[in-house]
Write a protein that binds this ligand. Structure first.
Ligand code: PBG
Length: 325
């Protein structure tokens, strides 16, 4: 009779050297995308209370922050803008000298980074909704025209990748056609395809001043109970011309990331959102978690689930650890 197991998994965990040899997933600085907030109303950088370590900066300072990320080996930034003036339509989103357009020009002028621009109207509308309103509802098709205009103006400023995050139906094809018509056929689209109506966006809305003035975003963002719908959204976005798919949030959606990885061959991004960052920071500040280890484990688990790239407010901190700094 066999008294001991012949299979001893512990053999491969017995030393750091062997553990390293058999490690299946590795995080690298090139997996990370650094999100940045640029606010036209600011004269100097301002910390975000609910996101310790994250700053909102005036457009003139965007390039310095991008250079810091670049020096750490991070390949790309994702830009969010907060304009000086908001209106019903969010018209500052497509202004040639708008906050994001200016920041893109500065960053492209001062770094070699890939610049991704978030495309939504919630930071630009006086009511904080992601598009033009008809009554109390976002009017899908009239909003698409504004998204198309905004995409072209972001591309004219030098954006390499446009990332529509408003979850309007048809937003990818509307943007693709507008970009192509304007001669930007090589500007790519990273589609926020499976974006859930999540409580984990709370801290972001402080940073971006984009909380809806009334109601919520449940008529366009996805119900967290739905899994098959996420796959449908991603398939539709690919048919509409998306180059990169995204799942958001990340840690609450590891199953969706895995499923997307198995279902599609296209590059897959995961957005580890503001609330995921805030939770780890808050627990670490209380001494309840080892912040560095929790950060690295969460990023690794997102990659293990199948993400090729991770948008994370931890990008610079994680890059420093990965580089042994
Ligand atoms: C804009 C947008 C949001 C986020 C990214 N793009 C806010 C929202 O949908 O309410 C959230 C990102 C984060 O929480 O880090 N629509």
């Amino acid at each position: 009779m066999q008294m001991f197991p012949t299979n001893r998994p512990r053999r491969l965990r017995i030393s750091p050297g062997i553990r390293d040899m058999v490690r299946e997933t590795r995080l690298s600085t090139s997996d990370l995308i650094h999100p940045m907030f640029v606010n036209e109303t600011l004269k100097s950088a301002k910390p975000v209370g609910s996101m310790p370590g994250v700053m909102v900066r005036p457009p003139s300072e965007a390039v310095t922050e991008a250079q810091t990320a670049e020096a750490l080996g991070i390949p790309a930034v994702l830009l969010f803008g907060i304009p000086e003036r908001k209106d019903e339509e969010g018209s500052a989103a497509w202004a040639d000298d708008g906050v994001v357009q200016t920041a893109v020009r500065n960053i492209k002028g001062g770094t070699g980074m890939t610049v991704i621009t978030d495309l939504c109207l919630c930071e630009y509308t006086s009511h904080g909704h992601c598009g033009i309103l008809r009554g109390s509802e976002v009017d899908n098709d009239r909003t698409l025209e504004r998204y198309a205009r905004t995409a072209v103006s972001q591309a004219e400023a030098g954006a390499d990748i446009i990332a529509p995050s408003g979850m309007m139906d048809g937003q990818v094809v509307a943007i693709r056609q507008a970009l192509d018509d304007a001669g930007f056929e090589n500007v790519a689209i990273m589609a926020y395809s499976a974006k859930y109506a999540s409580a984990f966006y709370g801290p972001f809305r402080d940073a971006a001043d984009s909380a809806p003035g009334f109601g919520d975003r449940r008529t366009h963002q996805m119900d967290p109970g739905n899994r098959r719908e996420a796959i449908r959204e991603m398939r539709d976005d690919l048919l509409e011309g998306a180059d990169i798919l995204m799942v958001k949030p990340a840690m609450p959606c590891l199953d969706i990331i895995r499923e997307a990885r198995d279902a599609f061959d296209e590059p897959l991004a995961a957005y580890s959102v503001s609330g995921e960052y805030a939770m780890i920071k808050a627990a670490a500040a209380n001494g309840w978690l080892d912040g560095d280890r929790a950060m690295m484990e969460s990023l690794l688990s997102i990659k293990r689930a199948g993400a090729d790239m991770i948008i994370t407010y931890f990008a610079c901190e994680a890059a420093r650890l990965l580089r042994g700094e």
